[in-house]
Design a protein around this ligand. Sequence first.
Ligand SMILES: [Fe+2]
Length: 446
Amino acid sequence: MATDLSGFEVTASNAEAAAALGRGIKGFTGWSIDAVAHLDEAMAKDPDCVMASAVKGLILVGGRSDNYKGVVDSLLAAAQRGAGNANPREKLYVKALEAGAAGRPFEAATVYEAILAEHPTDLLAHRLIQQELFWTGESKWMQDTAERAAPAWNKEHSDYSGFLSVRSFSNEEGGDYETAERCGREAVEIDPRDCWGTHAVAHVLVMQGRIDDGVDWLEPLTGNWEGSNQIVHHLWWHLALFLLERGDHARILDLLDTKIRNPDSPLVQAVPDAYIDLQNVAALLMRLELRGVDIGNRWSTIADICAERIGNNASPFTNAHAAMVLAATDRFAEADQLVAAMRTFVAGDTGTLGPATRIAAIPAAEASIAHRKGEHEAVLSALLPARRNLWQMGGSHAQRDVFWQLLVDSAVKLGRTDLAHQLLDEIAGIGFERVGQRTLYGAAAA
Ligand SMILES: [Fe+2]
C-alpha cells in the first residue's frame, strides 16, 4: 500500500498517482501555489484516485465562491465513485466534501473531528477544520481542536512545524497570545518558509499593538515567500497594518500596487477574484481613507470583480467588503443589488451561511454603504445592533476591525463621545491591546 508524504496510506492504482497525490496534499498544507496542479496530475494518472478528487474538491470549497460549485460537484461525484475501494480515513474525507459542497461547514467540522480522534497528527484534517471554523468565526472551537491534538505531536514528526502554525493561529484567535507566539515562532524557526506560522505571529503582534515588533518580524521573512499562494498577499497586508500605525502611507500605497494585489502578477492573473485579495485591498483602502490618505483611483481596480459577486453568497465576509468597494466607486445601485441578493439568499438558505449573512454581513455591508454617503446615523443604526455578532461572518479579529473603525468614525463624526469611548472599551474586550495608542482609535479617545 502506498503512503503520502505524511505517512498515511493512500488508495491509488499506481505509484505515480500516489506520489502526485502526496505532493498535492503537502502543497495544500504548506500553502504552496502548485497544490492543485499535483492533484490534477494524480487524477490524470488515476481517475479513480479518491483522495485526489476529495482534496481538490475541499480546496475549492475553501475558495468560497459559487463559481466553483459545478467543479466541486463533479469532484464530489468522482470521489464518491472511488469511495468503495477507499480506506476508512479516505471515506471520511469524502464525507467532509459532501458536507462542504452542500454548504454545511459545521457538519464538515465534525467529520474532521472524527478523523482527528483517530489520527491526531493528520495535518490535512487540521488545516481543513481550521479553514471551516475560521470562516464561520468559531475561534474557540478552532483552539480546542488544536489543543486536543497537541499532546500527540513531537519534533520528530515531519509535519510538526505545520501543526505548530495551525496551533499558533488557533490560539491567537482564541486569545492565548503566549501559546500562539511561542508556537508560531517555533514553526518559523523550523521552517522559515512557513507562511502560516509567520502569519499567526503577525496576528499576535497586531493584537498586542506591538508595532515595531511586527515590522521587525515580517520584514526579514519576506524573502522566503516565493512559491506560496495568495497567503503571501495577505502577509504583505499584515505588514501594511503595522506601517499604517507608523503613518508610512507612501510605502503602503506602493505595497498595494506591487505586492498586495499587483494586477500583472501571475497569481492575480490566475485567480483575479480571489476572496482574500478583495478583502485585503478593500480593508486597507478603507483604513487609509479613514486616516485621510488620498488613495487615488485604487478602489476601481477591484470594483468590477466585486460587482460580479452580486448573487454569489458563499462568503458573507467578502460580500461585506464588496459592498464597501461598490459604494466607494459610486456604484450605489450595484451595492444595493448586492445587499438585496444577500437578503434573497438569507430567505432561502437552510444552512449556516444564511443566518451569518443576516446577522453580520448584511449590517456590515449596509453600514459600509451608509458611511460612504456620509449618513452616520444610518451607520450606527445598521452596525450597533450587529457589532457583537460580527464574528459570525468569519475572518479574524484584525480583519473585522475595519468595521469597528467605521463605527467609531461615525460615532466621532456625530459627536457621540460617550459612544466612542464605549466602543473603544469593547474593542479592547475583543483582545486588542493598547487601543488608545492606535491611529484613529487614539484620536477618538482624545
Ligand atoms: Fe491575517
